[in-house]
Design a binder for this molecule. Structure first.
Ligand code: NAD
Length: 345
C-alpha cells in the first residue's frame, strides 16, 4: 500500500499495550503518515482490544498471529523490559523489522543474542532512546559533532520523574535496579552520544532511597548520581530521581574547550503569571508532554530506515553500550567502589 504521496506504508504490530505502548499506537496510527498500526498484541486480550479498537487494528494475545502474518513488516516492542530481548529475537527470526523500547535487554548475553538475531535476519533494529530525536538534544549533538564546543570536558545528563507531595505511591511495585536499567539508561545513552568517539572507562555510583526510604529495605533505589570518566578525558555525571515536585525534569549539557551546549526545558508554555508572590510559570509534567514530537520522530525514522534499507538512527549496538554503563553503575553501587568498564564485558 502507498500513501497519497506515493510512500510505501509500513505495517507495524505493537507488542505490549501499556502506558507507552498506547502512546506509540496513537503515533503509528495517526502521526506517522507512512506507517500503519496493523495489530496490537498484549498478554491481556482486553487491553489489546481496547487499544486496537481505537485505530481499527487487529487485536490478539498470541504473538504468533502477527509473526506469521506476511503483511506485517515490523514490530514495535513496548512490553515489560524483562521480555524485550526474547521478543526481539522472535520477531527477527520471523523476518520482521524491530523497534524496541529501552532497555532492549537487561543483560549483555541476551543483548548480544538480540543483536545477532537481527543481523542474521538482516532486519533493521532500532531502540527507543527518544531523547536523541528531541530538537534541542539533536541540535546540541550536532554542535558537538561540528566541533563548535571544542573538546568535551564536562557532561551532564539529568532525569527527574514528576513527583507527588505524598511521595512514591507505587514504590512496592518498582522492580529492583529500575533506576539504572530503565531510567538512567537514557542518561547513559545521552552522555555516550554527546561525547562522540569517546569510550567510557570508569563508573562510580552513589544511590539511595531518599524519596521513599520506607522501601529501602525492599531494594528500592529512587535517587542516584553516577560519575563517568571517558578516555578523551571528559568527566560526566548522570543524575536521576523518581520524584521532582516541580514536574518532569530532563536536561543535558556539554561543556568543552570552546563553549557549552545545553538541552532540556521546564516550561510547558512561555506564559508567565505575575502576582503578589512574584512570577510563576507552569512546568511540563510528563515524558509524553516533553518528548511528544521526539517519540513521533523516532518511529517515523524507523519506518524510513525500513523503506530505504538504511541503518536505523539508534542501533542495538548503541543500546549495548548504554547497558554496559548501567551494569557498571549497578556493580559500583553494590560494591561501593569505582568500577572499570573492562570488568563488565
Ligand atoms: N522511551 C521512553 O521514554 C519510555 C517511557 C516509558 C516506558 N518506556 C519503556 O517501555 C516499556 C513499557 O513500559 P510501560 O510503562 O508502558 O509498561 P506497562 O506496564 O504500562 O505496559 C506493559 C504492557 O506490556 C504487556 N506485556 C508484557 N509482556 C508481554 C508479552 N510478552 N507479550 C505481549 N504483551 C506483553 C503487559 O500486559 C502490559 O500491558 C518499558 O521497558 C519501559 O522502560 C520507555
Amino acid at each position: 500500500m502507498r500513501t497519497d504521496h506515493g510512500l510505501q506504508v509500513i505495517r507495524i504490530a505493537l507488542i505490549g499495550a501499556g502506558r507507552i505502548g498506547t502512546m506509540h499506537a496513537g503515533h503509528i496510527a495517526r502521526r506517522v503518515p507512512a506507517a500503519e498500526l496493523a495489530a496490537v498484541v498484549d498478554l491481556r486480550l482486553d487491553v489489546a482490544e481496547s487499544v486496537a479498537a481505537k485505530y481499527d487494528a487487529k487485536a490478539t494475545a498470541e504473538l504468533d498471529d502477527v509473526l506469521k502474518d506476511p503483511e506485517i513488516e515490523a514490530v514495535a516492542i513496548t512490553s515489560f523490559a524483562d521480555v524485550h530481548s526474547e521478543l526481539v529475537v522472535r520477531a527477527a527470526e520471523a523476518g520482521k523489522a524491530v523497534f524496541c523500547e529501552k532497555p532492549a535487554s537487561l543483560d549483555l548475553v541476551e543483548m548480544d543474542r538480540a543483536i545477532l538475531a537481527t543481523r542474521k535476519a538482516g532486519v533493521p533494529f532500532q531502540v527507543g532512546f527518544n531523547r536523541r530525536f528531541a530538537a534541542d538534544f539533536a541540535a546540541a549533538h550536532a554542535a558537538v559533532v561540528r566541533g563548535e564546543i571544542g573538546t568535551p570536558q564536562q557532561l551532564r545528563s539529568v532525569t527527574r520523574d514528576p513527583g507527588w507531595p505524598g511521595g512514591l505511591s507505587n514504590s512496592v511495585n518498582i522492580k529492583p535496579w529500575t533506576i539504572f536499567r530503565e531510567t538512567l539508561i537514557h542518561d547513559f545513552d545521552t552522555l555516550l552520544w554527546l561525547n562522540p568517539g569517546a569510550e567510557p572507562i570508569e563508573v562510580y555510583t552513589r544511590a539511595d532511597a531518599l524519596v521513599a526510604p520506607q522501601y529501602k529495605d525492599s531494594g528500592l533505589i529512587d535517587t542516584a548520581s553516577v560519575m563517568l570518566s571517558f578516555d578523551n578525558g571528559a568527566i560526566a555525571t548522570a543524575e536521576a530521581s523518581f520524584s521532582a515536585l516541580y514536574g518532569y525534569d530532563v536536561r543535558g549539557e556539554v561543556f568543552g574547550s570552546k563553549g557549552m551546549v545545553t538541552a532540556g526545558r521546564h516550561a510547558s508554555s512561555p506564559m508567565l503569571q505575575y502576582g503578589e508572590q512574584g512570577i510563576s510559570q507552569q512546568t511540563l509534567r510528563s515524558d509524553e508532554e516533553m518528548f511528544g514530537d521526539a517519540y513521533v520522530a523516532e518511529v517515523s525514522q524507523f519506518a524510513d530506515a525500513i523503506r530505504t534499507g538504511s541503518t536505523p538512527p539508534v542501533t542495538g549496538e548503541d543500546a549495548r553500550r548504554a547497558l554496559r554503563v548501567a551494569l557498571a553503575a549497578m556493580k559500583s553501587h553494590e560494591e561501593h567502589r569505582p568500577v572499570q568498564l573492562t570488568e563488565i564485558g
